[in-house]
Design a protein around this ligand. Sequence first.
Ligand code: COA
Length: 267
Amino acid sequence: MKTDYQFLKVEADHQKVLTVTLNRPELHNAFNDDFIAEMTELFQAIKKEDDIKLVLLKGEGKSFCAGADLNWMKRMKDYSDQENFLDSMRLSHLFQELNSLPMPVIASVNGATLGGGTGIVAACDYVIAASEAKFGFTEVGLGLVPAVISPFVMAKIGESFARAYFLSGERFDAHEAMRMNLVHKVVKSDDLESATLKQVERFLRAGPVAQREAKKLINGVLEHTLKLDKEVHEFTCQTIARVRTSDEGQEGMSALLEKRKPNWSQQ
Ligand code: COA
């Protein structure tokens, strides 16, 4: 399996655990189209590996993932509607690939996890976070919506928290993320590495074939009950393709990148 990537560090160990580290620390691991393509390629390759027992996801540097790279999102204004939609579908595809990996996936969240970063976390099976980690569906503050990630996030947090946090864009801490079912365990930053290893060991005690069957079971039940099907993903991609090229979306992304308040903000 290919392990040499620009934005990912990929390391296998003797226990058949594959550690994947998001590796663009200068931009807090925000993902652009190339980064998305790399992650998708890797997850597709992992899916075919019968020998990997567990995938551990981490973030290099201060943050876990600052979501979509706003420079990339802003560029969509110059693309045709069709190209914009297809580009969103590539992002959706990435989350679908991660969500459907056959083996357990644990995320070890070291720091800020915003926008699409929360989508990555939502598509994992077990999430352990440092108490200092900050989360947020910050999109509305940028004139955007958490569209592509919403099926994965809402499957975890439900309608009530989605209404509260998708609409306020408010950031929240790891304890609140745990209350929302986005995170399963919160530990002190200094203990994150050891607590993550302990959790990995707990998962490795299970029968690997049964674990894959359990995951198939969960995803199968969800597909039937939540209708996490092609139509849902097309709907979310049409939504973000429209919103990110809107005047408000363009203004919100520019404001964040230029470190100023957007023109609709009163404060
Ligand atoms: N896309 C593009 N660039 C981003 C980014 C993103 N999602 N998130 C951070 N950056 C850039 C900043 O613009 C800054 O660039 P600069 O060095 O050219 O000024 C650089 O990363 C460092 O960010 P900074 O805000 O100075 O670091 P910080 O440690 O104070 O805060 C974050 C880190 C992640 C908490 C903060 O950058 C943040 O809140 N980012 C917005 C994330 C977000 O809302 N994502 C949702 C996108 S839909």
